[in-house]
Design a protein. Structure first.
Lengths: 355, 355, 355, 355
């Protein structure tokens, strides 16, 4: 770190004009270990970030480039954050690593999250374009795969819904304390999770003052849940999962219904408390208390609460995080910290913005 | 009805300064069968409705009275809507019916919803103050208890959460098409459901831009659900139920997870379609489509959707209504229409206000 | 009316898939004088309204057509509402009236609002495509031009900002009670005013939790204001006007700063009260009280308040209306009522939806 | 600073359970020059901050005390932030400084903002309770009174509306570039400006989806504006000022209408640019561009834009800041930095949180 403070790591953000890109910049601008060396944004190439996100007007940042104009070798990045659309991602990372094999990559898309090529093909309808990298990629759920992430070159940052549900359930599945066949995850997301592309159904007037479910029975984040829950349980796990949209900008809230296996709700709570006692970004609330998304807004925290259900042997878990921070860019910086040898919390200390 | 149009029924609204009171007036002002003969509001007694809710400025309405100043006999109401707080309600309705036994009552509080005195005492912590009326009261879920409501003197209007979940599930439970032991109801409500009392946790800045659960494991609406689901199933049913608050004014959205009993999701959908084919206020969406609360805002409709869960034998039902209309005052007017012999849809034809 | 109730007028809505189209349907579905005979929507031609706006699912409505597929003569409309984009409008109305000269038209676009061809060319950058119709068109500010509207074939429905400011100021300008050279109009609009086209800057996450001005110094509604204020004052009037966007769906709020000419603020208030004493849709609040947009939401009302400014001889006027109702589709129906000989308030009686 | 990093200044927050209190803690928790030594909150005395604002759960903070239980001498604070209600403030600061005269104070209430005892008495209806401190207090508009603030013991932090309007206008008034008799300030605020007290009119359902003006013609912030504008102009200045509430949490937006005195709009823009060229927290946008509140959310920045009005010789200025940060607690920390000799930007570097 003393050196890091002097010789900062060169990082780039590919896809800086989207919401996860802006969130990465928010966190990286004052990060003491890095310098922002390169920014790309296809449709806004040639512009300044202040034209795309005026909140960056007070800061001096590199101009936005088109990806194809970048020479990865000359760019000499220590680490690239890749916040690009599905499919494009595979092509870009393959080219980048071929040209600059020493650059590390944190990918925020879903492209490298599934380890199993067959699962990938089944969920995405085509073979993976970089199967050897798919094999190499480490799933970037920081608290669970910390040691692998530290030595990884390519980290697949988890989805926002999945981070929220997985941190709540993996310790319980590993402990075989809940029935893997009776898990219901009812998930709610703020609108930034849908990205910045102009779509009618994302207009303010379509979204405000209302609530709805989407992708019922068939959301791609299910593939990630299957993979991680099955790994944790040591057997195949398929959960009920329904995503919904909340008229707010930031936040994921998961209400999770589980059945204890010879374990009371208090017992489940104890497992979570013990699992996360030393974790700086996971806060387990006192038994019976439940989180609000607003209390983690803009922070890298996940808050988890657990209470008794009145139905015999069942418990209800609620978990809340900011989909752009712990659910995306915050965890990406956390992973960068692990990969580059910085203290894990560096640049991620912001207190939540409430109200 | 021809007569009703000429000699309008005299109706009163007790508790007109709350949100359900305002919603009753919105619906009753242009209702062709009634005249608004009496309004009460304790803290605002002596004021005009336009001081309490300025949207009524263009209308001529009776001044707000204190309840204790009303002589029920002289008031000669054909029907009173009672939108008063818990406990007060029992006292007021008892006095009203003692003094004016010919007046009919639609009560919007929870006081007369539970038929079983023991259940009441268990959930509310004290004996009912008007047990004979508790016995007399008819549960006002219009579509389910239509014929009893028609001849009732006292109707206990159901809660907003419960109307939403019960209309979605009762036909399936009656048909024994779902497992009564595996029902999870994840419910989300707009903020008007919490009423107009000034509480810190209901302030705009506490509520906007966030999402949370409350009353986890112990919400009083559960008592109503138990009663109605058990009646429908012919055996005791206890469901998992979690209410949440959404930063929007109006709307209840219930996501319900069920397991079919020898019935596919399509089969469940068919049962709902058949049950509600002739109902003017219940719209079952095509299989696989899901509702939005915004599409029922300000209307008396409930929209119900049903889709396959990817978990074997399970289905997901989503239901949406406006908590102030079908979830409270709209259903109250629907019940009044039944009780006074008006066409059931009279005064309830408004199209939803979207956007 | 007795006849109207039996033989309903045939009306069409051109451009039914936008917000003003949906609002027209909301108002027309239960209007006792009309039947909805024709609906068009280019990109959604062939679909049902319930696919475009699910709130119409419970209603039976004509399928959406492409405009070019309509034979206006055969359509035999008594009146067409035209809610189409700028420029397209001129072409369509010209063709419609050429083919079916007996059809009346209420146009909700800005295309026929400016009576002066030179002003039109200056603000829109090209000559008008139907100058003879431009001459024929009557400006549809119902309260001000009622008698001309009654006999008009083509009515140019005013803009939302302009309706709000004009109803507040025209009586004062006509009475020469305020200085025409010192008018500042600070206007705020809900998001539906921006329409349903998918634009990045209208996404929920771009708009919620923030406030901004736009079109500062150069908004096209200024042309309308110039025209109407100059007409009212009998001399040229140019005002300062700044529009802003509020994170809400519906509502225009105008804060207007004026200097009285030998007239106190109370005197100005009296002029407004007298001007609108008999108007069903204009409510002047008691002196010193100010309106809220929420109290007119979904209604055809405009609420106007006036108070003393503490600066000598100055007053502050606030006016509020629903941009989709009195600011667009409600006033369009009001104009239709005038044009077809219905009572002016028919179908427009809805009480505002608050909360 | 090297020492400050080792021996941190002891600071206290009086009134930590309100929104400005929470915002102070958000900024101070990671401030490298201070330790949070004392917190008070009358109604929550004895509780932890995490019970009042759960976002602080991950942090270790002193328990909340009742003010009367504090011995100011023993507390040995280097600086106290006072975020208490009007009137209480005067009593508390008087006692504090009597007991611990070496403690510095930044007061966030309005109690010490008016330098003129007569003006205070006129606006607040009673004599000031600590007139000698009123004389001592320095008005804490950091950019304008920097040098006096550095040596002050008691700083009266400006109001949110006033900071926004004053930073936009003071340079223009000082330069005599605008007419002091023709200033109209139309101001809009987010809801946190109204504080955390439970009032009916601040409930979510009263506020969301609507817009309104309040305090028209008579808002106490006018007294501050009068004082500062008159100081800047060297003559008495009284402006038109109307505050409004926007359904959002954070943000002040001021739209200001001015008339140039022998100075074009471009000339006015140049004056602002030059005045603030070296200011870290004031960003003047390019001529003709206007700010959004969302781009300063959670940051200590004020963004100012200026454009031509189309009315001869007039210009429109828009300014945006976060009412809790630059409009209250951020400027309070900025003032603390000046008073304690820290770099002015220390702890205030956060980038705005958008989206």
């Amino acid at each position: 770190m003393p050196n890091a403070a002097k010789i900062r790591a060169r990082v780039g953000v590919l896809g800086a004009s989207g919401y996860t890109g802006a969130e990465l910049l928010r966190l990286l601008i004052h990060h003491q270990g890095v310098e922002i060396a390169l920014l790309t944004a296809e449709r806004r190439a040639g512009q300044h970030m202040s034209q795309v996100f005026p909140q960056f007007s007070p800061y001096s940042l590199p101009k936005l480039l088109a990806i194809d104009s970048v020479d990865w070798k000359k760019a000499a990045l220590d680490l690239a954050f890749c916040a690009l659309p599905h499919a494009t991602t595979q092509r870009v990372i393959k080219a980048l690593l071929a040209s600059a094999p020493g650059t590390k990559v944190v990918d925020l898309s879903a492209d490298f999250r599934l380890a199993d090529p067959a699962a990938y093909a089944r969920w995405y309808g085509h073979e993976h374009h970089a199967p050897e990298l798919q094999k190499e990629a480490v799933y970037g759920l920081s608290e669970i795969y910390r040691s692998s992430i530290k030595s990884a070159r390519l980290v697949a940052n988890p989805g926002c819904y999945t981070t929220c549900a997985e941190l709540a359930l993996i310790p319980l599945l590993r402990a075989k304390a809940i029935d893997p066949d009776e898990i219901v995850i009812d998930a709610k997301s703020g609108m930034t999770g849908a990205g910045r592309a102009a779509k009618e159904e994302m207009l303010f007037s379509e979204v405000s003052e209302g609530f709805h479910a989407y992708g019922v029975g068939r959301h791609r984040h299910m593939a990630e849940l299957d993979q991680e829950f099955s790994r944790a349980a040591g057997r195949m796990v398929i959960v009920s999962f329904t995503p919904h949209l909340v008229p707010m900008n930031r936040g994921i809230f998961s209400t999770i219904y589980v059945r204890g296996l010879n374990t009371s709700a208090e017992g489940l709570h104890t497992i979570l408390c013990k699992s996360y006692a030393a974790e700086p970004f996971v806060h387990v609330l006192p038994f019976g208390e439940m989180p609000h998304t607003r209390h983690v807004r803009g922070s890298n925290m996940i808050f988890i609460g657990l209470a008794n259900d009145r139905v015999e042997a069942r418990a209800i878990i609620c978990a809340a995080l900011d989909n752009l921070t712990k659910g995306a860019s915050g965890q990406a910086v956390q992973n960068m910290n692990l990969m580059l040898g910085f203290p894990e919390t560096l640049g991620l200390e912001q207190v939540a913005l409430f109200p």
